[in-house]
Every structure is written in C-alpha cells, then in structure tokens.
Write a protein that binds this ligand. Structure first.
Ligand code: BV8
Length: 242
C-alpha cells in the first residue's frame, strides 16, 4: 500500500518538499457536488453560461444565482471538512520539509480543517471583487447586480472572486516554482480535465518528483503518475498520510 512512510522509504527524505493538488472529489464526502460525475454540476448547468466572462456579460443574474446557490449550500452547517481534509492538515503540521497545498476547489473546507499553506488557484466562493477598483471582499450572503462596492461605492461591478474558463488562475508563478522544486507531487480528487492544473503532474515529473494519484477512479492523467491508490478520499487519504 502506498503511504507517506513507504514513499519516504523508497523515494524521498522526511525533509523533502511536497506539493499536493486537490479537486472537487476531496469535498464530495462532505456533501459538495463534483463537476463531471454523473450527477455533477456540469450535468445540470452549461459551464459556458455560468463559468466564463462571456456568460457573466450575457446574463449576470444567472451567474449570480449559480454562485449564490453554492455559497448558501456551503454555509449549511451539515457541510463540514471530512477525514481527508483533516489528514492533509495533520500532514502539514507534522511535515519537516516544505508542503504546499494547491486546491482547484472554491470551498473553504481545507482552511476549516486547519490547512495553512494553501492556494485557491480557482478563487474562493466566499470572496467577491469589484471590477472597478479590484478590491476583494469576504461575502457570505447573496450577491446581485444591485450591490454597491463597499470600497469605491460604484454599482454593478461586483462579481464572484472565482477564476472562470479563459481567465488566469491565481498564483501560477508560485505554483510553478513549487512544482519545479518538489520531490513528491500528490493529486487528490481531480479528474484531470482542466488545465493548467491537469498539467501539474508533468511539471513535477519533469523536475524529478515522485508522483502519486489518490482518486476514486483513474483520472484522465492517471498514466502520468508513478503510483496510484483508487478509493474514496476519506479512506485513501488518511491511509496514505498515516
Ligand atoms: C487558463 C470555476 C490561461 C470555479 C473552474 C491548456 C493549457 C491552459 C489552458 C487550457 C488548456 N487547454 C484548455 C484550456 C482552457 C481551459 C480548460 O482547461 N478547459 C478544459 C475544459 C479543457 N482552462 C482555463 O480556461 C483556465 N485558465 O487556462 O488561463 C493560462 C494558461 C496557462 C497557465 C496559466 C493560465 C481556467 C480554468 C478554471 C476554470 N474554472 N471553475 C467554480 O465554479 O468552481 S474549473 C472547474 O473544473 C472547477 O473549478 C474544478 O476545480 C475544475 C476541475 O474539476 P475537478 O476538481 O477535477 O472536478 P471533477 O468533477 O472534474 O472531478 C472530480 C474527480 O473526483 C473525479 O475524478 C472523481 O472520480 C473523483 N471523485 C469523486 N468522488 C470522490 C472522488 N475522489 C475521491 N473521493 C471521492 N469520494
């Protein structure tokens, strides 16, 4: 069974550098939908309409409704970090080397589980920004075209602080630097459909890192990984980290 201990025994040192990438699959057992599973988000709504700048320009009310529904869902007390989120926070606490957690998810379950060195490369559901003054605000209620920017007081410019298709993900320089210097790359709960995240395993391998995929089933990029463990995140991630 592939674990951090077996990885240390065979591939890395305890003071080496780790980059972890997560996707929607790690939050599935907390009750949040994935995107491309049979009952996923993109089976219910066209991503062109709700996750592109063009969709937002065409119908901002539809996009606000889409993210307002998900923001309200995330605020449900039943939605809590699961054992996989907790295991990654525990690994970060005890790891002696560098550890960077990069998530494609816009939920806040990693930080609520205690992860600290975390990048939300696709933004955050509980953040919004003003297109006029670029100020980012934490926003827990509904957002609409009628909202006024608390900073510049202009109206109609507030949008979810989420990276849509065609937009540059956040902190890419920092992520590529970490991938170029890492000794272990672990991908968890992502289908490998969306770039540039889907290309991270190739970047890490190119830098000589050992690569592990922990996913319910083999992702589109499974063949790029040196090792893989398939199963639900709440089982395979704690077992890997043990
Ligand atoms: C960009 C918005 C320029 C937030 C999202 C090549 C290079 C660069 C770009 C492209 C390229 N080819 C195409 C592109 C363009 C595009 C793209 O990738 N298109 C795809 C569809 C082909 N990419 C972009 O536009 C990106 N921007 O490229 O800018 C650039 C270029 C280079 C370098 C820098 C910049 C912007 C992409 C971000 C778009 N925004 N979402 C939101 O509403 O949430 S993407 C969307 O998909 C989600 O955010 C999500 O994060 C992302 C990935 O999905 P996954 O997390 O993988 O989820 P999915 O459902 O697909 O899979 C879940 C997995 O979990 C499955 O494998 C399943 O088996 C597993 N699972 C299920 N249950 C469990 C489980 N695993 C474990 N346990 C379980 N219980």
């Amino acid at each position: 069974m592939t674990t951090i201990s077996s990885t240390i025994a065979n591939h890395i040192k305890p003071t080496d550098s780790i980059v972890i990438l997560t996707g929607a699959g790690i939050s599935k057992e907390s009750g949040l939908d994935t995107f491309r599973c049979a009952d996923g988000i993109w089976a219910k709504v066209d991503l062109e309409d709700v996750a592109t700048p063009q969709g937002f320009a065409r119908d901002p009310n539809l996009v606000h409704r889409f993210y307002n529904d998900r923001r309200r869902g995330l605020a449900d007390p039943a939605i809590q970090p699961n054992a996989a989120h907790a295991a990654l926070a525990e690994l970060e606490r005890r790891w002696k080397g560098e550890l960077l957690l990069v998530t494609q998810n816009i939920d806040d379950l990693h930080e609520r589980a205690g992860s600290k060195t975390l990048i939300h490369m696709h933004g955050e559901l509980r953040k919004v920004f003003c297109v006029h003054c670029r100020t980012v605000e934490t926003w827990d209620g509904d957002l609409s075209v009628h909202d006024v920017c608390p900073t510049c007081a202009r109206k109609g410019g507030m949008r979810p602080d989420v990276v849509w298709f065609g937009e540059m993900p956040y902190q890419m320089d920092r992520i590529y630097r970490a991938l170029g210097a890492c000794d272990l790359f672990v991908s968890i709960g992502t289908s490998g459909n969306v770039y540039p995240a889907a290309g991270f395993v190739a970047e890490a391998r190119g830098a000589g890192a050992h690569t592990v995929e922990l996913n319910l089933e083999p992702s589109l990029g499974a063949s790029h990984f040196a090792e893989a463990v398939n199963g639900p995140a709440t089982e395979v991630v704690p077992a890997f980290v043990a």
